[in-house]
Design a protein around this ligand. Structure first.
Ligand code: C5P
Length: 425
């Protein structure tokens, strides 16, 4: 973090009391801090405290004309190597998710072209609220990084997930994010040019000319016209992988079951419902250089599905559903004559994650398995973060807990490397 510049947005939550310590630790790690305080944040910590610890002025007002003339909010947001929001309140997250820009903090967050890491802090019920869940998924899809929240006692006396991550953990997350992707060359950010002339260099496109098939989301297996068997997959990880592959230049065929997360833009979306439809769509999308099977395909289908809504017959006995195994799309594509050069499967496990994924890799003839623990309490299924182990021919590689978008970016980069190494065209 030595020499890096962090723009720290402090939102209006009780956890703001930890931000002076956060400023101290960031500076101790060698980075400079420019604090920005929201109006509500100023109720919990003063601008004077933050600027004294940062050794830099604390910005609070969008319409500070002197400073506006001197620097401008766009340049302020871009002169940093990274933007950190701590605490990120439910309100601030909602503003970010919906693109509001009605104060300095939200305007900076809209104007920045740098990585944004947020440390959410709120009451457990607010964190769990459907609206916050939607906003989390949106922000995750936008590539915003998350650290925390932690589980523990809240200022309001309740217990649960929603405590802001400790300052040391936030500093560790900043360090990890800064080393994960280099920021703009220092001269581009320090040049005193009008903001509009600060142009981000084009991202490298190592997957240009490649075609990748990604399956995503759950499948729905009908019981009758109104009922179906499904699972809790949101499709968030699959959508993030498709977006990351697209960003590296790939043409992506995105075969998705009925997911709750919207599909990414600029990919070929093929919407399906059942496992059989998914298999057929994947087959039609061939040939491909790589296939990433992130869908949570239902293992079984109902063979005696009714074409009319089933009714209770008064006997008190439920109808017997006759099930049959669905086609295993991953196993099929990995052994087909048209097999893509790289086939990646996912394994959602609740126990013996690495052992199960390792045997799954061999059994299904996949090159890699992205394995994760989805047991109760991990918050991974439907959540914004993922903690995976990448199982390859050479072994099992545990990755840290990361935002799903970051897992996707790293996975896409590995796929690009692997295809390059394989030299396939
Ligand atoms: O066997 P299991 O369902 O755990 O395997 C998970 C992996 O296999 C995922 O990559 C999933 O997309 C793929 N799969 C599939 N077709 C199935 C079942 C799983 O492609 N019918």
């Amino acid at each position: 973090m030595q020499g890096k510049r962090i723009l720290l947005v402090v939102g209006g939550g009780v956890a703001a009391y930890k931000t002076p310590e956060l400023v101290r630790l960031i500076r101790k790690a060698g980075a400079a801090v420019t604090p920005v305080l929201t109006r509500a944040g100023a109720e919990f910590v003063t601008p004077l405290t933050l600027s004294a610890l940062a050794g830099a002025p604390c910005h609070t007002d969008l319409f500070d004309l002197t400073r506006e003339a001197e620097m401008g909010h766009i340049q302020l947001s871009r002169a940093a190597d990274m933007v950190v929001v701590a605490p990120a309140t439910a309100d601030l997250m909602a503003k970010m998710a919906h693109g509001h820009a009605d104060d300095l903090a939200s305007t900076l967050l809209m104007a920045t072209d740098k990585r944004v890491l947020i440390a959410p802090a709120m009451n457990v019920r607010m964190w769990d609220h459907a609206a916050t869940r939607r906003n989390r998924a949106t922000l995750d899809g936008d590539g915003i990084l998350f650290v925390g929240p932690d589980e523990g006692e809240m200022a309001c006396g309740e217990w649960g997930e929603g405590r802001m991550a400790e300052p040391a953990a936030i500093v560790a997350a900043i360090g990890a994010a800064l080393s994960a992707r280099p920021s703009l060359p220092a001269d581009a950010a320090t040049l005193r040019l009008p903001p509009e002339t600060l142009v981000t260099p084009p991202a490298p496109q190592p997957l240009k000319g490649r075609h990748v098939i990604v399956t995503s989301g759950p499948t729905h297996e009908p019981i009758d016209p109104v009922r179906y068997i499904a699972n809790r997959s949101s499709g968030a990880q699959g959508a993030a992988v498709a977006a990351a592959l697209r960003d590296l230049g790939a043409r992506v065929s995105f075969v998705t079951g009925p997911a709750t997360v919207p599909p990414p833009e600029r990919v070929d979306v093929i919407a399906v419902e059942t496992a059989r439809e998914m298999r057929d769509a994947v087959e039609r999308a061939l040939p491909a250089d790589a296939a990433v099977m992130a869908a949570a395909v239902a293992d079984w289908q109902v063979v005696n599905a009714s074409d009319r809504k089933m009714k209770k017959d008064g006997s008190g006995r439920p109808p017997a559903l006759e099930m049959a195994e669905n086609p295993d799309i991953l196993a099929w594509i990995a052994s087909d004559a048209r097999r893509p050069a790289l086939v990646v499967g996912f394994a959602a496990e609740t126990n013996d994650v690495v052992a199960n994924a390792t045997s799954k890799r061999q059994r299904k003839n996949a090159d890699w398995i992205v394995a994760n623990d989805v047991s109760d309490g991990t918050g991974i299924m439907g959540g914004a973060e993922n903690e995976i182990t990448l199982v390859t021919e050479t072994g099992a590689e545990p990755w840290p807990r990361l935002a799903k978008a970051e897992v996707a970016r790293r996975l896409a980069a590995r796929i690009a490397d692997a295809l390059q190494d394989a030299g396939v065209r």
